[in-house]
Every structure is written in C-alpha cells, then in structure tokens.
Design a protein around this ligand. Structure first.
Ligand code: LLP
Length: 413
C-alpha cells in the first residue's frame, strides 16, 4: 500500500499534486511519501511485535538523511555497509547501539569508527576480517561484538545479480567453516561472539528459501549456544520483495511467520535488515518529456531522467511502471521511454503502452524509492536529481539537485 493516487485526473502524492512539485523543484526529482515510509516500517514492526526483534533498516536502499531520521524516530536501527553510512546514521541520531555493520570489505578505519561509536554488532564475512576486527578491538582495549555472516548455500530464486546466499557467492563464511571460526574467536581478546547472521538475497518472492536458510542458521545458533557461546542476536538479513508490476511476494505477516517459526527455538532476539520493502513503493522518480522521436522501427519518448538517475532498468533489466502524471486523451501507443545518456542501455521502459505525450509532459517512474537515488551517478556529467519528502499537504526538498560546479568539485585542471 502506498500514498500515490489519482485525483481529478492527475497523480498526487498524499495531498500534493506531483505537477506542483515539478513546477517548483524541477525535474528529474525523486518524490517520497512520508506516510508510506512510516506505514511500511510500522507494518514490519507490528508483524514481529510478539518476538523480541530489532528492525535495522538497510541504509543502502535509500540513505537520505530525512528518511533515516524518520525511521530513527520511529524506533528503527540501521544496517550499514560503510563508514559513510555510519556517518549518515550518526548525523541523524546520536546513538549507534542499534547499528549492525555488514559488508564483505570493511577497512580498519571503518571498523575502528564503528567500534568507537559503540555499534550493536559487526557482521563478519571472512576469517581475515575477524582477525582484523580482533586487532582493532585490542587496539581500543575493547571486545568488538560480532556475528559471522554464514552462507547457507540456498538458491534465493531471485535475479542472479542480487542473489547472495549461494556457495559461489562472495558473501559470508562457508557454512561448514563457521563453527571452527567461532571456536577460534574464543582465543581472541578483541572480539566477542554475539550472534549469527545471514542474508540470502534481495527481492525475494518465495518463503521456501528463507525457511531453508533460517533452518540451517538457527541450527548453527542453537549448536553454538550448546557449546557455551553466550549469543543473544540472530540476524536474518533483509530481502523481502515488493510488487513492481506483477510480482507476488509474501505479505509481511507471512514472511514474519516463516522467520519466527524457523528461529523460535533459539530464544534469540531477531535482527531484521529490510531495505526495499520499506522504501521502494514509497517513492517515484518524476521526469519530463523532452521529445518524441519516431523512427522506422520504434517510437521513442525521450525524457530528462536517465540511467544515471535510476540505474535499475539498465543494470538488472528491472521493470518500473511508468505513468503519465496527467494523462492526455487519445489512443495509447507502444513506446520506449529512454533517457538522454549516450548508452543503448539507457532505457527506462521498453514497449510501454502510453497515451499521447508532448514535450513538457510529466511522467512518474513508480517504485523508485529503493536503490534509486543511492545508486545514482553523475555519468555524462549530469547533475543528480533533487529529492523531495511529502508530508500531508506539504513537501520539502530534502536534497537539492546537484549544483553544476559540484560536478567538478575537488578536481584540479
Ligand atoms: N542486508 C544485507 C547484508 C544486504 O546486502 C542487503 C541488500 C540488505 C540487507 C537489504 O536488502 P533488501 O531488503 O533491500 O532486499 N541494487 C539492487 C539490490 C541490491 C541489494 C544489496 N543488498 C536492486 O536495485 O535491486
């Protein structure tokens, strides 16, 4: 459910017409609904309410400070993957005690900053990382709390680019090696085992791989506890899918039941790392039509947003619904919606049936709140979009469009 709806023949976000935002802020612009963001978080929190659970929003999905502050105030913790994401979280919330630090390639300075900040847990992904974390812990005279991210070797049945739980993937510690590594950690003075972690992939639409992976991971957790490890947290990662077009992911309640049933016997506090499910359908990318272009083979609609602004279609052949903000009357035509970037993959939508469009018309690219702005680049020296947060009948710019001179800031001719 989201708060984008048609009113008087035009698309609105909450009580604000998108045309007003485009007129005042320009385009391309990401627009997020505060009501949708808040609702999505509360649905996840409610689904797990009966079990001790910490929701750690996965910052990489949408790291705008306004989004982070909204979630922090609603009680969320954060899943981070870099010193940069730690900095963002600290910029909006003084406390880091609800932060977990994931990622295969953490640097010593990033580990040190996070340990100083007092985060809840490091999700360690290799034997060498554990050795480094131990050294950092000893240097600071502290024991860094950690979980091993184990690779449960299950097929998440999602796009191969966003599947992470297979044996061949770079993520996590091989399941068979985990016990030995936990045992080794007992001899380390700079670390302390606090939990077990896994994450099998993103945009999951099937609960079976989740059940299978968590069965293995919960078994490991119970086995370690039996060996005397004082574990408290079982991190089940993120990954719950959303509906972009025709996908039919499990509801949050069904997902919660699957997770809780698979892990209940451990008695652990659950950590969740949801990203996409909280933010994807809370955002659209607003873009204006620049030109229509008929060729013998195709009808192109060229818009002012490109693959640099929303990379998902070019990178994963991802589908995002595209709708006219104020559709004109007339027969629909099948068009390719393309951006201005000098790449053949700069196609935001292939073969879309759209009513007639003219230069200046506004389009909304739906479900763009997750992995949209966070993956945007300045390729072709294009200024990254502005971001707007709508709250009821008001909106504010929560990130200005890049200044032109920001494109070469720090460069020396
Ligand atoms: N935890 C870990 C360790 C992760 O690697 C990820 C996502 C998440 C949590 C959050 O997953 P989510 O709930 O959002 O599925 N750029 C791709 C998605 C990459 C996901 C990377 N890891 C896309 O646009 O589809």
């Amino acid at each position: 459910m989201n708060h984008f709806h048609v009113r008087r023949g035009a698309l609105w976000c909450e009580a604000v017409p998108l045309t007003r935002i485009a007129d005042e802020v320009g385009s391309p612009t990401y627009v997020y609904s505060q009501a949708t963001l808040t609702r999505h978080l509360s649905v996840v929190q409610a689904a797990f309410a009966a079990t001790p659970t910490l929701v750690c929003y996965s910052v990489k999905a949408n790291s705008n400070l306004a989004v982070l502050r909204l979630f922090a105030r609603a009680g969320s913790g954060f899943d981070i993957v870099s010193g940069g994401e730690l900095g963002r979280v600290q910029a909006v919330s003084g406390a880091a005690d609800k932060v977990v630090f994931s990622g295969v390639g953490k640097r010593a300075d990033e580990l040190e900053a996070a340990l100083r900040a007092g985060i809840l847990m490091f999700n360690v992904e290799s034997a060498e990382e554990l050795t480094l974390l131990d050294a950092v812990g000893r240097k600071l005279g502290r024991r860094a709390p950690f979980a091993l991210r184990v690779n449960p070797d299950v097929d998440a049945k999602t796009h191969r680019y966003i599947s992470t739980g297979l044996k061949t993937s770079k993520f996590g510690v091989p399941f068979e090696e985990a016990v030995a590594l936990y045992a080794k950690s007992r001899r380390m003075k700079g670390v302390e085992a606090r939990g077990v972690d896994c994450h099998i992939g993103s945009q999951l639409t099937d609960t079976r791989p989740v059940r299978q992976a968590l069965g293995r991971v919960a078994g490991l957790y119970a086995g370690l506890t039996a060996q005397g490890f004082k574990l408290t947290h079982l991190d089940v990662g993120g990954g719950l899918g959303v509906t972009y077009t025709t996908e039919n992911p499990p509801s949050v309640d069904v997902y919660a039941r699957t997770v809780i049933e698979a892990t209940r016997h451990t008695g652990a506090t659950l950590v969740l790392e949801p990203g996409r499910v909280l933010v994807a359908n809370a955002g659209v990318l607003l873009t204006r039509v620049l030109f229509n272009k008929e060729t013998p083979a195709r009808h192109f609609v060229i818009v002012d947003a490109g693959m640099n602004d929303l990379m998902r279609p070019a990178l994963y052949e991802a589908h995002h619904d595209i709708v006219a903000v104020k559709p004109r009357r007339g027969p629909k035509k099948t068009v390719d919606v393309v951006g201005p970037v000098c790449e053949s993959t700069d196609v935001l939508g292939h073969g879309r049936p759209l009513a007639p469009l003219k230069a200046g018309d506004l389009l909304a690219i739906r479900s763009a709140g997750a992995y949209g702005m966070t993956m945007a680049s300045t390729y072709n020296s294009r200024q990254r979009p502005a971001e707007v947060l709508v709250d009821g009948d008001t909106f504010r710019v929560v990130r200005k469009r890049d200044e032109l001179t920001a494109l070469w800031q720090g460069e020396t001719p």
